[in-house]
Design a protein around this ligand. Sequence first.
Ligand SMILES: *Cc1c(COP(=O)(O)O)cnc(C)c1O
Length: 508
Amino acid sequence: MGDIFDAGEVQKRLLQRHASSGTNHPTLPPLSAIHAAEASLFPRTNPSWHTQGLSDADVVAHILGDIVPALTGQAASSRYYGFVTGGVLPIAEWADNVVSRMDQNVQVHLPAQYVATTVEDTALEMLAGLLRLGAGGDEWKGRTFTTGATGSNVLGLACGREAVLAKKLGGEGSVGELGLLAACLRAGISEIQVLTSAGHSSLSKAASVVGIGRRCVKELRRSEDQPWRLDIDAVERELQRPGVASIIAVSAGDVNTGGFALDGVDEWTRVRDLADKYGSWIHVDGAFGIFARVLGLGDEYAPLKRRIEGIELADSITVDGHKILNVPYDCGMFYTRSASTLQSVFTNPNAAYLSSGSAASIPSPLNIGLENSRRFRALPVYAALLAEGYAGMERLVSNMVQLSRRVAAFLRDSPHYELLPDERAELDGIFMIVLFRAKDGALNDALVERINETRQMYVSGTAWRGEKAVRIAVSNWKVDVERDFEVVAAILNAVAAGEAFDIENIRK
Ligand SMILES: *Cc1c(COP(=O)(O)O)cnc(C)c1O
């Protein structure tokens, strides 16, 4: 990109947003490029690199010549289907460069010094509007940017822990003040448990970080066929255990299958009623799944959207920015209806020099999240939302869904592949994750390698009911339903036939 403050230069790069994507951007670099890059790293080629600095020009040449060719094409290819990664909208990339150039530290709300904290709060309000979280996000006053969904899950469990113990303590102290051990002893609590179904691995990490413990994350699955569905009866039994405090962690988008823990307002209401009755906290991991809420009104999206109608009954929500929203790493968001709980955990006390000095309506970020000094992560989000609007975001997400469903139908009808978890299920339940395997056992064993060997499509391996499986997660803004489907189907056909795949044989 030319100078980021030169509007003409910027415009050229931004035009990519609406250019046709009929290009063959590699999805993965050649292995040889990765090996060459490893070998080129300076401490290896020149152990005395530190005695004298290189010229900036040499550093640039090294990075452009050696390192960049060894990075994935996930930002430029719509066929990087591993994990759930998203790409980068050009406008968000530009805004992120502005962030680096301006190097703002968004930690204290200083309205007479800069506008960054106000932009941050505004971006969170805009996103809440897009996700239909109450009117203008007003009910979600506790909100902040994080490093990603893992960071947000840490905040969610920390808030949950704070709130459930505060209830047991009846106003006599809190975990933030007393510490977990003293608070539990005083409240007569011997365990805090997290009740979930198909909880993301980062939920267990978060449980460890906040002192709950990985073992206290309990999988309450309604059935082995649908492990992502939360067994609400089992939740109620667990909530009744004496001497135990509980957080209910609802998976709104299981990363393995794309499944949702709850379905419909009635189920959400029942969970809310249970949480109120037993003094529990509901945290929703909606990292990518929450974006199903931006889909349009058509019948084809109704079953999907029904699964998260009721999310507004939760106490806290995790949202990822660097996935479906297609802003650069790293970026996540956290929302809670209890701003006071967030402050109670994360307040950064006794630092007079960090005071915003005003009775401001926007809290200083350092008092509502993990970090003190922070990147201005909000700006790319603000830019992306502004450029896309609700309609643009809806198209972005519906393209992902349409491609996923085309691929799912192909797999279902293919003699070589089996669509998982249930080939007979309606395709209108599919969001942007497609799980499958090869029917032939030997092919299935090597399927991930065979597909990724093409370097034109990248998938992650996983397991389904003890057997190897493959998942495709469609999350890039560049999705071109027709063309991407053509390439994916050609690759899967070639892999099944044991033939080499050449992207050059596909229409540009
Ligand atoms: C990706 C993901 C996470 C972890 O998010 P990071 O942004 O990688 O920290 C957590 N939960 C779900 C459901 C996810 O998809």
